[in-house]
Design a protein around this ligand. Structure first.
Ligand SMILES: *Cc1c(COP(=O)(O)O)cnc(C)c1O
Length: 397
């Protein structure tokens, strides 16, 4: 059972609760500083029996980077990246999929399925292949090729659904019911948020060396599970005494696909969402976990902003100038920060963390569109001299 029997789906998505005092005691007996640098260090806070912790699977403890030049150009006190592109399949979804596959194994499942805009599927295929389980994936036909390539190379059975993510989602749910497959869909399976929350716990631990927990954490929103997960981890960290202050959440949606933002600002989902965005990972017209996302943002005293595809492309290029190659949905978190600064939501004395939820190689077409073309030249020095951009000086000229 994954949803509350009286509320049903989608409103009754369950939520794991933990005995925080017991976790405190356990951390005292076996301190975090002696544990591996991956999500399994938080084993007491995961919905897995201790003999089902796959602690040799790589996942989590992605790097945080301070970006003082970008902070200066944005006019804020500090900008920190947490780069989720450095995991097994290069997205934030690795956290959820690793825990889901371990959970499926614990339940004795042999086949695990999901529908996805791309990254959830990619990460599921990756961890299923580590575990030796069969994965079945449903993606909308619009998913970028590099993501499809990842899914296929991990030996998943891949269905490209002639329709939207919404159609792929519905089909996957029916298939799981019919065939009894383990359903990794984040929106319905509460295990997923438990994987995602490890990012919040890590942010709390890692930011200690960068001046403490930031004032704002910026996260892009599609279904809403990711930001809700981050908040759950932050809340755990607060209750467990890792941090003594809570950050505000900046939730970022694409202007033309922003139903969760609408729900936050107006109290309910819009009746129709017909737009679309180049940021495929947040191109979600029927969000499945919007309540959890809205509640998390409210609880953090944060807010939602929306950014256009142009702002996203610009942010993707800007991030690249500072050592970060983000896919469009990840760059949206940066665009959201610029937008929130303009609106006076984020102020000059604030310290901000952007969660880079996915790597740029996952959608090279979108990345190329935000860049200049290569300069074509003949293989000789004259040709180079005459094509050199004006920022370069020629000492022989
Ligand atoms: C899934 C995803 C998101 C959004 O997460 P939701 O849980 O759908 O809100 C953002 N960025 C990337 C790269 C993603 O893959």
């Amino acid at each position: 059972m994954m949803t509350c029997p009286s509320c049903g789906n989608p409103d009754g998505i369950l939520d794991f609760q933990f005995d925080i005092d017991a976790v405190k005691q356990s951390w005292k007996d076996d301190p975090l500083c002696n544990r591996p640098l991956n999500i399994w260090r938080y084993r007491e806070l995961l919905p897995l029996a201790s003999d089902h912790i796959p602690d040799n699977w790589p996942v989590g403890w992605t790097p945080i980077l301070n970006s003082p030049r970008l902070a200066q150009s944005l006019g804020i006190s500090q900008l920190i990246w947490k780069d989720e592109s450095r995991g097994l399949t290069a997205s934030f979804k690795d956290r959820a999929s690793a825990v889901a596959v371990a959970h499926a194994q614990m339940q004795g499942a042999k086949i695990i399925a999901c529908s996805s805009t791309g990254n959830a599927a990619t990460s599921l295929a990756g961890y299923a292949s580590l575990a030796g389980l069969q994965s079945v994936i449903f993606v909308p036909q619009s998913a970028p090729k590099p993501k499809l390539t990842q899914i296929l190379i991990y030996n998943a059975t891949l269905f490209s659904v002639q329709g939207s993510y919404h159609d792929a989602y519905q089909l996957c749910s029916s298939a799981c019911e019919r065939f009894g497959w383990y359903n990794r869909n984040c929106a319905i399976n509460p295990v997923m948020v438990e994987g995602k929350k490890t990012a919040g716990l890590e942010i709390a631990e890692q930011c200690g060396v960068l001046g403490g927990i930031p004032d704002w954490i910026s996260v892009s929103v599609g279904d809403g599970c990711s930001i809700a997960g981050v908040w759950k981890g932050i809340s755990h960290a607060h209750k467990l005494g890792i941090i003594d202050k809570l950050p505000q959440l900046l939730a970022v949606q694409a202007s033309d696909v922003s139903p969760v933002s609408h729900a936050f600002h107006h109290g309910s989902l819009p009746s129709v969402v017909s737009g679309s965005t180049l940021a495929d990972s947040i191109n979600v017209s029927h969000p499945r976990n919007w309540r959890k996302a809205v509640n998390a943002v409210r609880e953090s005293d944060g807010t939602f902003v929306s950014v256009t595809d142009r702002e996203i492309s610009r942010a993707q290029k800007e991030a690249g100038k500072h050592g970060i190659f983000a896919e469009p949905a990840a760059a949206a978190s940066v665009a959201g920060v610029a937008n929130a600064i303009q609106q006076g939501i984020i102020q000059s004395h604030h310290r901000v963390l952007c969660l880079i939820t996915g790597g740029g190689l996952k959608d090279t077409n979108a990345a190329l569109d935000s860049c200049d073309s290569p300069i074509e030249i003949e293989p000789n020095i004259q040709s180079l001299v005459s094509s050199l951009p004006p920022t370069f000086t020629d000492k022989n000229a």
